[in-house]
Design a protein around this ligand. Structure first.
Ligand SMILES: C[S@@+](CC[C@H](N)C(=O)[O-])C[C@H]1O[C@@H](n2cnc3c(N)ncnc32)[C@H](O)[C@@H]1O
Length: 213
């Protein structure tokens, strides 16, 4: 069982309710399709201290390079329970903790890298969540994301705007502008790579090295 933090903080998203069926919903189609891109994203894991946000049921874990040492957080204890067998099977160390990205108890500048996938469509206050990730990164530290976002192009933009009021009832908002949100949270954008249209993408950003502190 993953360690618990006591009170569950923040709004637990719809994913919590679907945790027992999450592998069936997300695991067999989309996960296979995105596998090469996720493997490439996680291959950027270095040797420093790594925060992995939104463990879910651990579908990302098989893509991690072996031998890393990570702290993996998720707001949903049910999701983390579902992840436990993948955490145990990982050839490295993953300490899991139930935690809301908006209220992380970590010290400022305590991680070298943050990785996350398919998260910022459902985090309730995305810029605040990203600001917290920036806070816990060391100056010069890296953020690596795999996300689906809204699209700039018609008719996708229209479809996503129409779908969002419905999808947000059980979890994700389809029309988030996550790239802009990363910039608004104070990160320096390094690279945005489109994986599918301009909807599914990887984002690499860094915490600027402040000269005057
Ligand atoms: C779509 S799932 C993605 C899980 C996994 N990364 C994957 O790709 O299979 C989104 C995850 O984000 C978690 N989550 C949503 N809001 C969160 C928050 N505020 N803090 C931490 N985790 C959150 C959910 O509980 C869920 O497990």
């Amino acid at each position: 069982m993953p360690p618990r933090l006591g009170n569950r903080v923040g709004r637990v998203p719809g994913h919590h309710e679907v945790a027992p069926n999450f592998d069936v919903m997300g695991g067999y189609g989309p996960e296979r399709r995105w596998a090469p891109y996720k493997r490439e994203l996680f291959s950027k894991m270095g040797d420093g201290r790594i925060l992995f946000l939104a463990v879910g049921t651990g579908l990302d874990i098989p893509f991690f390079p072996s031998g890393k040492s990570l702290v993996g957080i998720d707001i949903s204890d049910k999701m983390l329970e579902g992840a436990q067998r993948r955490v145990d099977a990982y050839d490295g160390e993953i300490e899991t903790r139930v935690m809301d990205v908006h209220e992380m108890p970590f010290e400022d500048g305590s991680f070298d890298q943050v990785f996350t996938s398919c998260t910022f469509c459902s985090v309730p206050a995305p810029v605040k969540g990203l600001e917290q990730l920036r806070r816990v990164l060391k100056p010069g530290g890296e953020l690596h994301m795999f996300e689906h976002t809204g699209s700039r192009y018609y008719p996708f933009r229209l479809m996503m705007n129409l779908m969002t009021p419905l999808t947000s009832r059980f979890g994700p908002e389809m029309n988030r502008d996550t790239v802009s949100n990363v910039g608004a949270a104070g990160f320096t954008l390094r690279e945005v790579k489109h994986v599918y249209l301009d909807v599914v993408k990887t984002i690499h950003a860094t915490r600027y090295r402040e000269r005057f502190r």
